[in-house]
Design a protein. Sequence first.
Length: 114
Amino acid sequence: MIPRKYRLAGKKNIELVKQKGQLFQSENFALLVLKRSEENLSQMGLVVSKKVARKASERNKIKRMIRLTLCQFVLQLKKGYALVLLAKPKIAGLKTRDLVAEIKPVFKKAGIIE
């Protein structure tokens, strides 16, 4: 589970990152990154729409898998960023280890980890 202080909560905050954030694409997800003016901890949000999985139980399973993966990168994140990970439909058949291998290069490209 991602600690509360690292979570980007609230629809307004997520929409702000969607509108103003820089987009980084991957095969199974899109990452929106917004540099914030304050030097607080980076926070992460997650969006899994009904286009990805119709059933709520399937969406929740995908969210758990993504959160488990993001936990591995929480302490490596640079300060002052807001991130939103948007799941794509192909992510449903992915294993956690494959997701980790896919997320790390995208985070490096975005410049939020070293």
